[in-house]
Design a protein around this ligand. Sequence first.
Ligand SMILES: [Zn+2]
Length: 226
Amino acid sequence: MQNPELILETIVSDMFAENAYLAQLSGRDDCLVVDPGFDVHRIVERLSERKLTPAAILNTHGHADHIAGNSGLKQIWPNCPLIIGAKDADKLTDASLNLSQDYGFPITSPPADHVVEDGETYVAAGFELEVLETPGHSPGHIVFLWKSSPYVIFGGDVLFQHSIGRTDFADGNFEALKSAIQTRLFPLPGDSIVLPGHGEPTTVEAEKQHNPFVGIPAGYVDESPR
Ligand SMILES: [Zn+2]
């Protein structure tokens, strides 16, 4: 069950099957753009078809597949702020750090307009978003938590349906990722919806119960009240 106020559109880029999200609250003419990927022309097309103005570009982390659309959006909406976690901000402007160099198609993004840190609240397009630092897939990875009913987590590459973000990159760390999921996400209400950077949405409860890497099957002990 999704909050009826939320109008959510997912645009999956062909390359890396990365999920970009357009999140709008009903009755408004602006929206969030979360992790615009390689198919920015389709994002721009949908924004213009729907007559939506992006109020903020939110990056959960600085890997190329999540930031590739930043520059295309900023060209059209130069005043739309670009937001990323403080510890991943350097990846935006460095093709080697954002991994695109290694994949053979170096890309960079404009620099962040505003960096956020753990515990901060960021407000845009009518959304009040709490920032949670969730390192492991990338050291500066954050998720944006919208405390609606139910909670919605713009989750990037942290927790996937029955999977988790990769930790085999140079600055990845499996133990950090596991700890971030278990201490930051699993204590949230079970019906919290996770909107991941790849694949289908899931819930905190489903992953607690079934996730083979970090959930009960992997030894997680659920001490939250039921
Ligand atoms: Zn990533």
